[in-house]
Design a protein around this ligand. Structure first.
Ligand code: GLY
Length: 405
């Protein structure tokens, strides 16, 4: 990778991608999305591949195989909407619309909603259709589903702490008062609900939740905790802990990438410059802890020479985060640096982390990690890695692309 961070003096290995390289990468990715639609129909693939092949989401009690459950299903229609916007091909939009109907059914029948990830789910599953569906009634249905999801998300807002609880039933004492850095990406659903209804409760939740994360989940050395607990009775911040990282005080790579992207989009939503600063602090730490090929180990505690797996999905999320910073940072020099950095990160992913031929794998992006401590999805493709890789390619191809976040 080229020297990206402020004080770095690394030898360039990969420079910004030539247009032909990103065009070829985009074409290969679109071919895979098209093939996966044919493979899975309207069912949902599992969170990650197994040996680079997606299987249908397994059946569990109460849910049939391929059902819309869990936090990652929306990354699949998210890819279809990006593919539609890149190509104009109605096959992709029709697939995205069928999933939008399924997301409406999920929220209205209250299936598997005990999670803050309603933001990930409904930003991609419904708000895409609310803008891009061809008929007014489809757009209305998608808006109603998104608003119902936003209201469910608001039930998780805890007073007096002013945070949205991440996981679990709100009566579960093990999860009480816990939030996680990923939650920053769930805020745009509330920002949209505020814009759609004028109800200040949504905007207030975004302001207070993001302020609590900036003050507590971002550490003084600019690394981040994965998760953080607040006292539900007093609202006092208690302690950081990890769930998917190496240990409580380490820096989980994907969490740091969620920080770059999540603080940037919430700066756009709130205008609070402290969130822009928080995004850059996450960004500088991330860049300073990358190995030579520009794709992070799954936890930033590992450095060059380690045998630890990489998490390419963190690289893709970070690339989107830098592309967002390039859009929103009012300082032209910093914005230009963010753009150049993103282009290098994407080039590094294309060069070393994509299938040699599209049909070698069902994943767009290889070598991600879901949850290494639980030995879940290690060195595999992931639905979100595929989504953010395609989002980065879309942003590079269409600078006018209207964000889904
Ligand atoms: N949001 C969960 C994860 O990144 O694994």
């Amino acid at each position: 990778m080229t020297s990206l961070h402020r004080t770095g003096a690394r030898t360039p290995a990969v420079t910004t991608p030539a247009p032909a390289v990103t065009t070829a990468a985009r074409d290969a990715a679109l071919e895979t999305v098209r093939r996966n639609i044919a493979l899975h129909g309207d069912l949902y693939p599992d969170d990650t591949t197994r040996e680079n092949r997606y299987e249908i989401r397994p059946a569990i009690p109460g849910f049939e195989a391929g059902a819309n459950r869990g936090w990652t299903t929306s990354f699949w229609p998210g890819q279809q909407w990006l593919a539609y916007e890149l190509t104009g091909d109605e096959e992709f939009r029709a697939a995205g619309l069928r999933h939008a109907a399924d997301f409406a059914a999920r929220v209205h029948s209250e299936q598997d909603l005990d999670t803050h990830d309603l933001g990930f789910l409904y930003s991609l599953g419904s708000l895409t259709a609310a803008r891009l569906a061809p008929t007014e009634s489809e757009r209305d249905d998608a808006r109603a589903a998104a608003l119902a999801a936003a209201d469910h998300l608001m039930r998780r807002f805890l007073e007096p702490a002013g945070v949205i609880q991440a996981w679990g039933d709100l009566s579960d004492p093990r999860q009480a008062g816990r939030t996680i850095i990923d939650s920053l990406m769930n805020m745009p659903l509330l920002t949209w609900a505020h814009e759609a209804t004028g109800d200040e409760r949504y905007a207030d939740a975004v302001r207070r939740h993001t302020a609590q994360l900036r003050e507590n989940i971002l550490r003084p050395d600019d690394s981040t905790f994965h998760t953080f607990y607040w006292d539900v009775a007093t609202g006092a911040p208690l302690r950081g802990a990890t769930e998917q990282g190496a240990f409580d005080d380490s820096c989980w790579a994907r969490g740091q990438a969620w920080g770059i992207y999540g603080f940037a989009i919430n700066y756009r939503a709130t205008g609070d410059e402290r969130l822009l600063d928080a995004s850059w602090r996450c960004a500088e730490y991330f860049l300073a802890h990358l190995p030579a090929d520009g794709v992070p180990f799954w936890d930033l505690v590992y450095t060059d020479g380690s045998e630890a797996p990489r998490d390419s999905s963190a690289g893709a999320i970070a690339a989107c985060g830098f592309l967002e910073l390039a859009r929103v940072d009012p300082d032209p020099e910093r914005a230009a640096r963010a753009q150049a950095t993103a282009e290098v990160l994407v080039a590094d992913l294309i060069a070393g982390y994509t299938p040699a031929r599209s049909d070698d794998a069902d994943a767009l992006l290889l070598h991600g990690v879901y949850d290494l401590p639980k030995d879940n999805g290690v060195d595999e493709g992931t639905l979100w890695g595929d989504y953010f890789y395609l989002e980065a390619l879309t942003r590079l191809a269409k600078p006018e692309w209207v964000t889904y976040w």
